[in-house]
Design a protein around this ligand. Structure first.
Ligand code: NAG
Length: 599
């Protein structure tokens, strides 16, 4: 990943301002520690600053990037996987670098703003056309890469990869919505990403074909092996990351990436000593014969990192912080090995309805709509976590499940196929499992392929969440919690843990705009609207780690416990009801219902 900061339309081009821009840009340097570049043009009223993590063309791909005669300049955070394919269809241009991102400048010269819809990858960029002094800014369809925009007192519109670069110089700032384009010509934001599945109202009906789904996923992984630097796979041992590792290790030998760091795949896992994830990941790594690296941390290590985690991830969402911390700690060690890029399994639960409350989906229409809502909210939760907790140490995370082609195939499948049907042995994400169930040449052993996964934050060790709660309880008194609604009227924390994170967040980001970038709600931290609508009594029993939600986990397949039974067993699960699908204040998510009367 990289960090970008752009200021457009400012009236100030003094040396002091330039120094200030450099200072703000420096706050993003963790994202791109390899090189910095600042482009300033007073005539075109622009500052474009870039902090680079060099993954493709490390020697000459420094940014900003230009078209042939340098009349178009662009600062990009991202990877454009189809850059070679695009170049083949384009006119001849003089390329200055081998960078995959340079294609954006040349393509803009040919097609103008339509460039955004033609890119296959993850990206945020700001492009200035010096010919007419116009500019555009854009963010990838799902929001895999972060981007914020703000407005300063200098007349400037600001764009930055993380809000820490905007917070002190903008009067107001907000999240740049995924799949959108900001154009100075039309003076605002418009959504460019609009595939058939996106509205959620048309229920798709393509029959399930395991081979088509498998091939699409393999392509999505192979595409992401594009690298000139050492890389690996984050492996928790659950279905999603195991599939990524299985496909990557199978195709690595034939890819260019093998020249970089050998044909043996490197895999990484993290957990408390003896945690379920470490054990599961080891088993998968042994099977795939990867070069496996295990990192352990203690509850104290995690607690000590919380303030940093909140600073880098820029959120106070409970589930995100719990899961980001182990990832943040592991990333530092991965980086220390000289690795600059990892593949990761985010997105599968949203696309296939992998969260446990999907067991309660009453019909395929509801299930489909909920998957669409979950995908649209990813940029605030799992995409944010995966990107920012790795970028904190200059590591890039790539997420094959969120590949555009793969998603269009997966989201066109008749959602009846995603319904969980215990009687037929169909557990969650069954169509993905079935697609990779190829006995003649297995990707994974059957028991791993059909294993139910631990929630990441719990899978790292059950005492991690308990340790967080205990620590928060030692920092937040009953009285503090009682007064929470007066101290934090916006998104009032409703547990001591939430209060604890919020205090830290407010120290790093005291601005009103900052707290408004984070989703949440007074009494809904534990539920999604759908889960409540589908089964209120059941949803009420859940906490963000989903522990109280037995009956749909292992028990659902043991034939002993009916799916509707709630038990108190202290085993752990997926984040059944994450805080994750809500945002009762963000107009971008207006279609996510706010539940009424939920305590
Ligand atoms: C640079 O090239 C573009 C695209 O061909 C053209 O529109 C523009 O006038 C050129 N600018 C200069 C300064 O030559």
């Amino acid at each position: 990943m990289c960090g970008i900061l752009a200021v457009l339309g400012s009236h100030d081009y003094s040396p002091t301002k330039r120094a200030r821009i450099l200072e703000l840009s420096r706050r993003l340097r963790h994202r791109g520690p390899d090189w910095s570049g600042l482009f300033v043009d007073e005539q075109a009223c622009c500052y474009l600053s870039h902090e680079r993590l060099a993954i493709i063309d490390p020697t000459s791909g420094d940014q900003p990037l230009y078209n042939g005669n340098k009349s178009i300049v662009v600062a990009v955070n991202g990877e454009i996987y189809n850059h070679e394919a695009l170049k083949k269809t384009m006119k001849k241009h003089d390329y200055h670098t081998q960078s995959d991102c340079e294609v954006i400048a040349h393509l803009y010269e040919e097609v103008g703003e339509d460039v955004v819809g033609m890119l296959d990858g993850m990206f945020s960029f700001v492009l200035v056309d010096l010919r007419d002094k116009s500019f555009i800014a854009a963010r990838d369809p799902i929001g895999i890469t972060p981007l914020y925009l703000g407005w300063g007192n200098d007349g400037g519109v600001y764009f930055a990869s993380e809000m820490k670069a905007l917070k002190d110089d903008c009067e107001r700032f907000e999240v740049f919505p995924p799949g959108h384009l900001y154009s100075s010509k039309s003076g605002g934001l418009r959504r460019y990403f609009n595939p058939p599945w996106y509205s959620g109202t048309m229920i798709p009906n393509t029959p399930y074909d395991p081979t088509v789904l498998r091939t699409a996923f393999e392509k999505a992984v192979i595409k992401r092996l594009m690298t000139d630097v050492p890389f690996g796979v984050l492996l928790s041992g659950g279905l999603d990351s195991s599939l990524v590792a299985a496909v990557a290790s199978r195709h690595l030998a034939n890819s260019k990436a093998a020249n970089v760091w050998g044909a043996q795949l490197h895999t990484f896992s993290v957990g408390l000593k003896g945690s379920p994830d470490l054990k599961a990941a080891k088993e998968v790594a042994d099977y795939l014969k990867t070069k496996h690296h295990e990192f352990t941390f203690t509850v104290q290590d995690g607690l000590d990192a919380i303030s940093d985690v909140i600073y880098y991830t820029e959120t106070y969402d409970v589930t995100t912080i719990r899961a980001s911390t182990p990832m943040f700690l592991m990333t530092r060690k991965i980086k220390a090995l000289g690795v600059k890029m990892v593949l990761s399994g985010e997105g599968s639960d949203e696309i296939f309805g992998g969260y446990l409350y999907f067991h309660k989906a009453p019909n395929k229409e509801e299930l489909h709509k909920e998957t669409v809502r979950k995908i649209k909210a990813l940029y605030m939760f799992d995409c944010l976590r995966a990107n920012k907790s790795t970028s904190a140490w200059g590591l890039e995370a790539r997420v094959p499940f969120l590949d555009q082609d793969f998603m269009s195939i997966a989201m066109a499948i008749d959602p009846a196929e995603k319904m969980i049907r215990k009687d037929e042995g169909r557990i969650e994400k069954w169509i993905m499992r079935r697609a990779f169930d190829t006995p003649e040449n297995p990707f994974l052993p059957k028991h791993i392929l059909y294993r139910q996964k631990e929630q990441f934050s719990d899978g790292v060790g059950y005492s991690w969440i308990d340790g967080l709660k205990a620590h928060a309880a030692s920092q937040v008194t009953d009285r503090m919690l009682k007064h929470a609604k007066h101290v934090y009227p916006y998104n009032t924390p409703n547990t001591k843990e939430a209060y604890f994170y919020r205090m830290i967040f407010e120290k790093h980001f005291p601005q009103e705009s900052a707290r408004m970038t984070v989703p949440g709600g007074p009494s809904i931290a534990c539920s999604t609207a759908a889960a409540i609508a589908w089964d209120k009594a059941w949803a009420d029993n859940l906490d963000p780690s989903g522990r109280a939600a037995l009956g749909v986990h292992d028990a659902a397949y043991s034939e002993v416990t009916p799916a509707t039974t709630t038990t108190t067993t202290q085993s752990s699960h997926e984040n059944v009801i994450s805080a994750n699908s809500f945002n009762n204040n963000n107009p971008l998510l207006g279609n996510i219902l706010q539940p009424q009367g939920v305590q």
